[in-house]
Design a protein around this ligand. Sequence first.
Ligand SMILES: Nc1ccn([C@@H]2O[C@H](COP(=O)(O)OP(=O)(O)OP(=O)(O)O)[C@@H](O)[C@H]2O)c(=O)n1
Ligand SMILES: C[C@](O)(CO)[C@H](O)COP(=O)(O)O
Length: 228
Amino acid sequence: MYLLIPAAGLGKRMGSDRNKLLLTVLEKPLLSWTLLAAEVSSEIHWIGLIGQSYDFPNFKTILSDLCLTKPVELIQGGNTRQESVYNGLQALPPDAERVLIHDGARCLATPELFNRCARQLLTCQGLIAAIPVKDTIKVVDHDNIVKSTPDRAQLWAAQTPQGFEVKRLKECHEKGRSLGWEVTDDAALFEKCQLPVKIVEGEETNLKVTTPIDLTLAEFILKQRINQ
Ligand SMILES: Nc1ccn([C@@H]2O[C@H](COP(=O)(O)OP(=O)(O)OP(=O)(O)O)[C@@H](O)[C@H]2O)c(=O)n1
Ligand SMILES: C[C@](O)(CO)[C@H](O)COP(=O)(O)O
């Protein structure tokens, strides 16, 4: 299975002065943990790492330190995650029929999750890893007044990996660009094109490192795993 890793963000919500994927978690850059999980997954055979060119020297150092057995191609990222994935899709080898997309910032995803998604993708056009929402969610208006409480049984928190047939996802991205759609994940493009997106059970620990507290949580969870 082909894997694209969007890693071209700025990490504004982290408040860091550089790409948050270069921050250290348990003595390794955050991105290294994501790459190691992809390396261990038995289903992934090719990795496209999408980044900003100013980060490429650091990415190359990370890759040379990890000595991965799988080929990794560096791909120029865009101004948004959506643009970065678009670039990644254009850079896939011509024989890529299906692709998994996984945020570099989700550094706790396990190889088993990659494997589960890769296997499920052989049976459907599109999928996302997701977990049932634990909180009660409120819909709120501009005056901070609660408007409604959606039925929690229908709410799932989206994660990555997300996986798709390459041809279909490319079509969705092209349509999104021509109609000016702005989305935060690829499944949303599929949905907007009325294509089915299947849920694959995600992992509660598969958090996206977004703010400083997530770094502390990631470090804690990785430490627990290492000590097991
Ligand atoms: N132009 C962009 C923006 C984001 N990403 C990637 O998409 C994933 C999810 O994005 P997010 O967590 O929002 O990362 P940042 O954009 O770095 O964070 P922020 O929004 O706080 O700036 C990350 O792995 C990030 O590197 C990307 O490849 N290209
Ligand atoms: C793709 C994603 O990680 C799914 O949860 C998410 O949508 C990325 O964008 P965000 O704006 O950082 O939530």
